[in-house]
Write a protein that binds this ligand. Structure first.
Ligand code: N01
Length: 542
C-alpha cells in the first residue's frame, strides 16, 4: 500500500497521512470546512477527485450553465471582507464566474496547501479500537483521521445513461454533468438532447444556436420561469453590499434561505384579478421567487393549479405551434420538482431547426449506430447529449464504501432510503459528519448559507469534543429514527411527494422512493442550535 506521502501533490505534501479531520470534496462545503477547522488549530486534509476546487462548478460546464440563485446570495458570508471585495458581474453568475470565485476563495484563504487533487476516495472504514477513520483512495493510498467529514455535494454523481444501444452510437455522447473542459462546438451537426430539466433548459437555447438541427427528447416537461438575467450595475452592488448583514439575516428567516419572501397570503383567498397581478409581478421579477407568490402553493393542490395555469398561459403566448406549446405544458405540481429558470428556452421552440419529441407519445426505442429511435421513427444524429440529471443526495455517499461500527456498510443501511440524524450524522457511524446530507434542508434552500450553517455546527461540535476531552460522537438509534419520521411527516403535509422528482430518488430506476430533504430552514437551524446547546442531545459522546 502506498502512503499519502508517496502520492501527495506538491501543494499537499506533508509527509503525514494522519490527521485530526479528513474532508472529502473541495467544493464550497469542503473549502469552508477546511478554513473553519484550520482556524481552530486542527490538522486537516481535503481529498478531491477533480483537478481543481469548485465541486459542481468544476464539473458542470455545459453550454449556458449558470446558477439559478442570484449571485449576491449564492456566495459565502463568513468573511465580511470577502463579501465586500468580490464583484459579481451578472444577476445570475455563469459557471466560469462561479469557478473563478471558488478559486479566489481557495487562494485568498490559502487553502490549497491542505487539499489534494486528483484523488477519489473509494472507501472509509471506522476502526473502533483505534477510534479512527481509515480513508482509502482510488490509487490505494491510505490516510487516517479521528473525524471524517463528507462534503461530496448533493448533485455530483451523474445519472448514468442506461439506454439500450448507447454503446452502438458512432458519434460522441455527452453528459451535462461531465462536460468536456475544452467545450463542444455543435456547428453543422444534428444533435439530440435527452432530458428537459434545469441543465437542458439552460443548454437547449445555446445548442440550438449552433446546431444544424436540435431534437429535444422530452419525457416530462418542466415548469420554467424567466431568469431576467442582466448585468449587475455598480450602484446595485453598492446598495446590496451596504445592506448585506440585514439581507443575510432576513434570508435566515425564510424557509428556503433566500432573500425573497413567501407572501403570507393564500392563493385561494384573493380575487382572480389580485392573484393574476401577484403572479405577474413575480413572473416579471423572474427567478425562483415565483413559488413564494402565495403561502399555500406547495400545500394545496387547488392553489398550486392557479400557479400552474398562469405558467401554462405564458407558454402558449410564446410558443407559436399549439401542439408544441401543449407538449411543453407540465401537468405536474409547480415547485414539486425544482423550478427551472431560463434565458430564451421557450422561444427556442419557434426556431426552424428545433424539434420537440414528446416521449409519452413516441417512446424512446433504442440508440443505434446512426442516432436513435422514438415512436418507431429513426432520428439521424451526429451527437447525443444526456441531460438526465444526477443520482442526487445519496449517490456520492453510497458510492464510497463507508463502513461504520462492526463493519456495517452505509450503502446497505440506506438500501431502503437514507437514515440520518439532522442530515449530519448516522447511527453506527461515529465521528462521521455529512455536510448537507439527506435529512437536512440542503437542496430546498440556497445551498451556500446552508453549507455554512452545517460547517459552523460541525466545527463547533469537533471543537467542543476536544475541549471536553471526548473522543467519539455518534447519533443514537432513537434520535435517528425520530428524525427520519419527522422528515417524512413534514414532507407528507406538502405536495412534494406527488412528483417523480430527484428529491424522492424517483429519477433513478430502482432507487427507493423516499423524500430526502428536510423542509424548513429556520426551524431546522433552531433545532441544531438547541441540540448543540443541550450538550448534543440525541448523540452519544464518549
Ligand atoms: O436533471 P433533472 P438536471 N428517459 O433530474 C429526464 C440542479 N441544477 O441536470 O422528469 C428520458 O432535473 C428527466 O425526465 P423525468 C437543479 O437543482 C441547477 O437538469 O424524470 N428522459 C428530466 O427531464 C436541478 O434540479 C442548475 O421524466 C429521462 C431530465 O432527464 C438539478 O441540478 C443548473 C430519462 C433530468 O432532469 C438537476 O438538473 C442545472 C430517461 N431514461 C442543474 N432519465 C442551476 O442553475 C431522465 N430523464 C444551479
Amino acid at each position: 500500500m502506498q502512503t499519502l506521502s508517496e502520492t501527495a501533490s506538491p501543494q499537499a505534501r506533508t509527509g503525514s497521512a494522519d490527521f485530526d479531520v479528513i474532508v472529502v470534496g473541495a467544493g464550497f462545503a469542503g473549502l469552508y470546512m477546511l478554513h473553519r477547522l484550520r482556524g481552530l488549530g486542527f490538522s486537516v486534509r481535503v481529498l478531491e477527485a477533480a483537478s481543481g476546487v469548485g465541486g459542481t462548478w468544476y464539473w458542470n460546464r455545459y453550454p449556458g450553465a449558470r446558477c439559478d440563485v442570484e449571485s449576491v446570495e449564492y456566495s459565502y458570508q463568513f468573511s465580511p471582507e470577502l463579501q465586500q471585495e468580490w464583484e459579481w458581474s451578472e444577476r445570475y453568475a455563469t459557471q466560469p464566474e462561479l469557478l473563478r470565485y471558488a478559486n479566489h476563495v481557495a487562494d485568498r484563504f490559502d487553502l490549497r496547501r491542505d487539499i489534494q487533487f486528483d484523488l477519489r476516495v473509494t472507501a472509509a472504514t471506522f476502526d473502533e479500537a483505534a477510534n479512527r477513520w481509515t480513508i482509502v483512495t482510488h490509487d490505494g493510498a491510505r490516510l487516517s483521521a479521528t473525524y471524517c467529514v463528507t462534503a461530496t455535494g448533493c448533485l455530483s454523481v451523474p445519472n448514468e445513461p442506461k439506454f439500450k444501444g448507447t454503446e452502438m452510437f458512432a458519434g460522441p455522447t455527452y453528459h451535462t454533468g461531465r462536460w468536456p473542459h475544452e467545450g463542444v462546438d455543435f456547428t453543422g451537426q444534428r444533435v439530440g438532447i435527452i432530458g428537459t430539466g434545469s441543465s437542458a433548459v439552460q443548454s437547449v437555447p445555446i445548442i440550438a444556436g449552433q446546431a444544424e438541427h436540435l431534437y429535444v427528447f422530452q419525457r416530462t416537461p418542466s415548469f420554467v420561469v424567466p431568469a431576467r438575467n442582466a448585468p449587475l450595475s455598480l450602484s446595485e452592488q453598492v446598495a446590496i453590499k451596504a445592506d448585506y448583514p440585514a439581507l443575510r439575516a432576513l434570508a435566515k428567516t425564510r424557509r428556503n434561505g433566500l432573500f425573497c419572501e413567501t407572501r403570507d397570503v393564500s392563493a385561494l383567498g384573493v380575487s382572480d384579478e389580485e392573484r393574476e397581478r401577484a403572479y405577474r409581478e413575480r413572473w416579471d421579477r423572474g427567478g425562483l421567487c415565483y413559488t413564494g407568490t402565495f403561502n399555500d402553493l406547495l400545500i394545496d393542490s387547488r392553489a398550486n393549479e392557479t400557479a400552474a395555469d398562469f405558467l401554462r398561459a405564458r407558454i402558449r403566448e410564446v410558443v407559436k405551434d399549439p401542439a408544441t406549446a401543449e407538449a411543453l405544458s407540465p401537468r405536474t405540481v409547480v415547485g414539486g420538482k425544482r423550478l427551472c429558470i431560463d434565458i430564451g428556452y421557450y422561444e427556442t421552440f419557434n426556431r426552424e431547426n428545433v424539434t420537440l419529441i414528446d416521449l409519452n407519445k413516441a417512446p424512446l426505442g433504442e440508440i443505434t449506430r446512426d442516432g436513435l429511435t422514438a415512436g418507431g421513427k429513426p432520428y439521424r444524429l451526429d451527437s447525443i447529449v444526456f441531460a438526465i440529471g444526477f443520482d442526487a443526495m445519496t449517490g456520492a455517499l453510497t458510492r464510497i464504501d463507508i463502513r461504520g461500527r462492526g463493519g456495517a456498510r452505509l450503502a446497505e443501511k440506506w438500501a431502503e432510503g437514507p437514515r440520518t440524524y439532522l442530515g449530519l450524522s448516522v447511527a453506527g457511524f461515529p465521528n462521521l459528519f455529512t455536510i448537507t446530507g439527506p435529512g437536512s434542508p440542503s437542496v430546498l434552500t440556497n445551498m451556500l448559507p446552508t453549507i455554512e450553517q452545517h460547517v459552523d455546527w460541525v466545527a463547533e461540535c469537533i471543537g467542543t469534543m476536544r475541549e471536553r476531552n471526548f473522543r467519539r460522537i455518534e447519533a443514537t438509534q432513537n434520535a435517528e429514527t425520530a428524525w427520519v419520521a419527522r422528515v417524512n411527516e413534514i414532507a407528507a403535509g406538502t405536495l412534494f411527494p406527488t412528483c417523480n422528482s430527484w428529491y424522492l430518488g424517483a429519477n433513478i430506476p430502482g432507487k427507493p422512493r423516499v423524500f430526502m430533504p428536510y423542509i424548513g430552514f429556520p426551524p431546522y437551524v433552531e433545532e441544531c442550535n438547541e441540540i448543540a446547546a443541550s450538550g448534543y442531545s440525541g448523540f452519544a459522546l464518549s
